[in-house]
Design a binder for this molecule. Structure first.
Ligand SMILES: Nc1ncnc2c1ncn2[C@@H]1O[C@H](COP(=O)(O)OP(=O)(O)OP(=O)(O)O)[C@@H](O)[C@H]1O
Ligand SMILES: [Mg+2]
Length: 280
């Protein structure tokens, strides 16, 4: 197990491509109104890896994602994304960097007054891409989440699961190399949650995007660790019994600290009392 005390490094057997660090947190701390939230957090996300971030409500999972895309700045420590030091970047460069990161915000955060097409197209319109290119990309992203028929609808006309799928389409439409998912299944029923996690797995395996995935649902986390997208049948398949995805590993936050950083097997076998209780 990678813990803060041992501070050793990646455990998951890496794929050939999983070498360059895409995100590096180095001794990062942040607090609000004098109250510490994250304390001395260090971890890496490498190219092609998916790191699942678990932890109790209010522990700082969303804060960690907002630090990753530069929406928040740490009080101490350093964060690099794509090799660039976020903490010493000008706002203009941060804005450009955010354009290279796809974020699925907690609760989806769609623009209520815009239809699905314009929600998904938002970033492409900001980048002044030609209309035909925007339409092509939006259609492709909506086809990926199987919602190409909803272009003209407003978010209020969609179910909660469909809104979350639109949020995923919006995040992937720019073909980002890094995706941040903040509780993509939060508030959804178990069946809809499974369809969302299948999309996250499909994106992981079809595009080898690096991603940080926050989830409250352990079953989602373990589904991601034990399933893969099969491009032949275009479906999600369980890995053979006992096998886990080598590029998917776990981070667990507890009381502001990273108490676990390691593989699925290590998490399941851990005898740490907090983890045992949390995973029960
Ligand atoms: N901009 C902010 N200003 C002040 N406090 C904040 C801010 N953002 C987060 N916090 C505080 O930081 C702590 C962690 O919040 P965060 O939203 O990251 O929790 P979380 O782990 O994502 O919780 P949940 O599982 O409920 O989504 C909370 O106490 C929250 O009130
Ligand atoms: Mg949160």
């Amino acid at each position: 197990m990678r813990t803060m005390s041992t501070a050793t490094h990646p455990i998951a057997e890496p794929a050939a491509s999983s070498t360059e660090p895409v995100v590096v947190f180095s001794h990062v701390s942040i607090g609000f109104d004098g109250k510490p939230v994250l304390k001395d957090i260090s971890f890496e996300l490498r190219h092609g890896e998916t790191r699942i971030l678990l932890g109790p409500a209010g522990v700082g999972k969303s804060v960690l994602l907002k630090l990753t895309n530069g929406l928040l700045m740490p009080d101490a420590g350093c964060i690099t994304v794509f090799g660039k030091d976020l903490c010493h970047m000008k706002e203009r460069d941060l804005f450009a960097l955010r354009g290279e990161i796809g974020t699925v915000f907690q609760e989806g955060a769609l623009f209520d007054s815009m239809n699905v097409r314009d929600n998904v197209a938002f970033r492409l319109i900001e980048e002044h891409l030609p209309d035909e290119e925007i339409d092509r990309r939006v259609e492709e992203a909506l086809r990926f989440v199987e919602l190409e028929h909803t272009m003209k609808k407003l978010p209020s006309e969609l179910s909660g699961g469909m809104r979350r799928r639109v949020a995923i389409a919006r995040a992937i439409v720019t073909e980002p190399k890094l995706l941040l998912y903040d509780s993509p299944t939060g508030g959804l029923d178990p069946i809809t949650s499974t369809t969302i996690i299948e999309l996250v797995i499909k994106q992981r395996d079809a595009s080898q995007t690096s991603s940080l995935v926050v989830t409250h649902r352990l079953q989602d986390a373990f589904m991601m660790a034990t399933h893969r997208y099969d491009s032949d049948c275009k479906c999600i398949k369980a890995l053979p019994k006992g096998e886990t995805d080598p590029n998917t590993s776990f981070l667990v936050l507890h009381e502001g600290q990273l108490v676990f950083d390691g593989t699925t097997e290590e998490l399941v076998r851990s005898d740490d009392p907090f983890l045992r209780d949390y995973l029960r």
